[in-house]
Design a protein around this ligand. Structure first.
Ligand code: G3P
Length: 218
């Protein structure tokens, strides 16, 4: 499973890149707002300069024609931009047009197997399942990821499944076990993934014991 960073905060992206574990970035208007980035184009281009893997940028038009126009424009901003298109009727139409133009689509705001299947058939490169939001309303988001991966494998669909709306480290474990191709994680969750109290205790103890040896020898 690959890991993308789910943020529009360039400091977080730079920091995560230094760790060598992320291979893409996903953004959306809410994340742009949280990062204080009203300069949409500049923000996407700055992110694409830091991350050479896919960087997802969302379009906002409600109709297919507008989505396609926006997507064509945004895809000129950088070579590695993927266009987030919502899982709606208009989104399907836009996805099929953009796929024929070799513009990578991240079919987003997916909450069902049918939506993901249709997005894949329309030619989306990625489909984003918002597992946290499904969990919020009492559904098992990660079970859905598992089912979609199984169906895509069964019918040899090449669309990659992104486990999105990740809220905590256990979601990452579950996404990996479910066979998600990618989990897109917030920065704080990425930091939590590497933490283990026994590692911290072990590092401290090794340092203390090394001090004891060097003191004894001195
Ligand atoms: O990748 C989608 C993500 O940004 C949505 O997360 O926490 O708003 O459901 P959340």
């Amino acid at each position: 499973m690959r890991i993308f960073l789910d943020t529009a905060n360039v400091d977080q992206i730079r920091q995560a890149k230094r760790l060598g574990v992320i291979s893409g970035v996903t953004t959306n208007p809410s994340l742009m707002f949280q990062a204080g980035r009203a300069d949409y184009r500049a923000a996407i281009q700055e992110i694409c300069a830091i991350e050479s893997g896919p960087v997802s940028a969302e379009v906002l038009s409600p109709e297919a024609e507008g989505m396609v126009e926006e997507a064509r424009e945004v895809s000129k901003w950088a070579a590695n931009v993927a266009i987030k298109i919502p899982a709606t009727v208009a989104g399907l139409e836009a996805t099929s047009i953009l796929a024929r133009e070799n513009i990578k689509v991240n079919f987003t705001l997916c909450f069902s197997l049918n939506q993901a299947l249709l997005g894949a058939l329309a030619g989306a490169a990625y489909t984003s399942l918002f597992v946290g939001r499904l969990d919020d309303i009492g559904h098992d988001g990660m079970e859905l990821v598992k089912e979609i991966v199984e169906v895509f494998n069964k019918y040899k669909l090449s669309t990659e499944v992104i486990a999105a709306s990740i809220r905590h480290p256990l979601h990452c474990v579950a996404a990996a076990k479910a066979g998600a191709h990618i989990a897109t994680v917030p920065y704080n969750v990425l930091m939590q993934m590497i933490q283990h109290p026994l590692t911290s205790i072990g590092v401290t103890r090794f340092a203390e014991d090394w001090q004891r040896i060097t003191r004894a020898e001195g």
